[in-house]
Design a protein around this ligand. Structure first.
Ligand SMILES: NC(=O)C1=CN([C@@H]2O[C@H](COP(=O)(O)OP(=O)(O)OC[C@H]3O[C@@H](n4cnc5c(N)ncnc54)[C@H](O)[C@@H]3O)[C@@H](O)[C@H]2O)C=CC1
Ligand SMILES: O=C(O)[C@@H]1CCC=N1
Length: 270
């Protein structure tokens, strides 16, 4: 394993990954360093919570880093890459979690044959339940890919994919948890409208979603069959599902995924 892993950008995604790597014991805490932009309080919180090192100084953050996890917003990618470039070792692997940004554009921004790995996790990484896609740039070796895989495996399932698939995976899995929360919010709110206490509505919706997710994993039935098993002729579920069909909800969900896919491509072109 490596001696130093540096996080450039210390927001939500970086924290999820730090949490996974530290709790897994894959790297000792003192081998992990995080830096961000103008948010010393966040750095202090990461230091207090996970016992990692932090620094506001890019040179110090980058010194001897064998792997760098780039976890800034796509719009900040150019600035962040410019800042780290002078301190980036030739062999250091850049692992980008940024939506939309291709390995080629990172290589071009760095202007040298840097090993780059692109990954797309989701926030369920916080509880080691991410569905993470990973692909390698032109100059990344098998060893670089293995290193990134080991790091990402600490926060859930990892699958190596073609880079051309990453925008689609971003649309279904990177953004995916937000769609699920959207459904949860709507169901909870309507439970309250129908007279339930907020905590009762919340408890029943949470457990229902959890149970459905576990059924998808545990059962050999397809989602369609699982849905049909709940749907009694002329029963309550049929009434609910008929309404979803009347409002074309399936089509709209597909449109939402398409919009996210389109946005991922746009982010890469900016
Ligand atoms: N939040 C999510 O669900 C997911 C996010 N991503 C990707 O992860 C990346 C980070 O997203 P979040 O953690 O949600 O963002 P965030 O806004 O929570 O964190 C971004 C961090 O970058 C820092 N930063 C900005 N410019 C910097 C610079 N020049 N040098 C060093 N640090 C700098 C900020 O101070 C902040 O700590 C994005 O590119 C996003 O596309 C990927 C998968 C899921
Ligand atoms: O919304 C975004 O751009 C990021 C990428 C995937 C999830 N969140």
């Amino acid at each position: 394993m490596i001696e130093k892993l540096t996080f450039i950008g210390a927001g939500a995604m970086a924290e999820a990954l730090i949490s996974g790597i530290v709790s897994d014991g894959l790297l000792e805490r003192e081998k992990i360093l995080a830096t961000n932009k103008n948010d010393p309080k966040q750095l202090q919180a990461l230091k207090d919570t996970y016992g990692i090192r932090v620094s506001e100084d890019t040179k110090e953050a980058m010194k001897d880093a064998e792997a760098v996890i780039l976890a800034v917003k796509p719009k900040d990618s150019q600035a962040a890459l410019e800042e780290i470039k002078p301190y980036l070792g030739d062999e250091a692997v850049v692992i980008s979690v940024m939506a939309g940004v291709s390995t080629q554009s990172i290589q071009e921004m760095l202007g040298k044959s840097q090993p780059v790995i692109r990954v797309m996790p989701n926030t369920s990484a916080m509880i080691k339940e991410s569905a993470t896609a990973i692909c390698q740039g032109t100059y990344a070796t098998e060893a670089d890919l293995n290193l990134a895989q080991s790091l990402l495996k600490t926060v859930g399932l990892v699958d190596v994919v073609k880079e051309s698939d990453i925008d689609a995976i971003t649309a279904i899995a990177g953004s995916g948890p937000a769609y699920m929360y959207y459904v949860v919010e709507a169901m909870m709110s309507e439970g309250v409208e129908l007279g339930l206490d907020e905590d009762v509505s919340e408890a029943f919706v949470y457990q229902t979603i959890l149970g459905a997710a576990k059924m998808l994993q545990a059962s050999s039935d397809s989602p369609k069959t699982l849905r049909e098993k709940i749907t009694s002729p002329n029963g309550t579920t049929e009434a609910g599902l008929r309404t979803l069909d009347e409002y074309n909800v399936s089509t709209h969900i597909k449109e939402a995924v398409r919009a996210a896919h389109k946005r991922s491509i746009e982010l890469g072109n900016q």
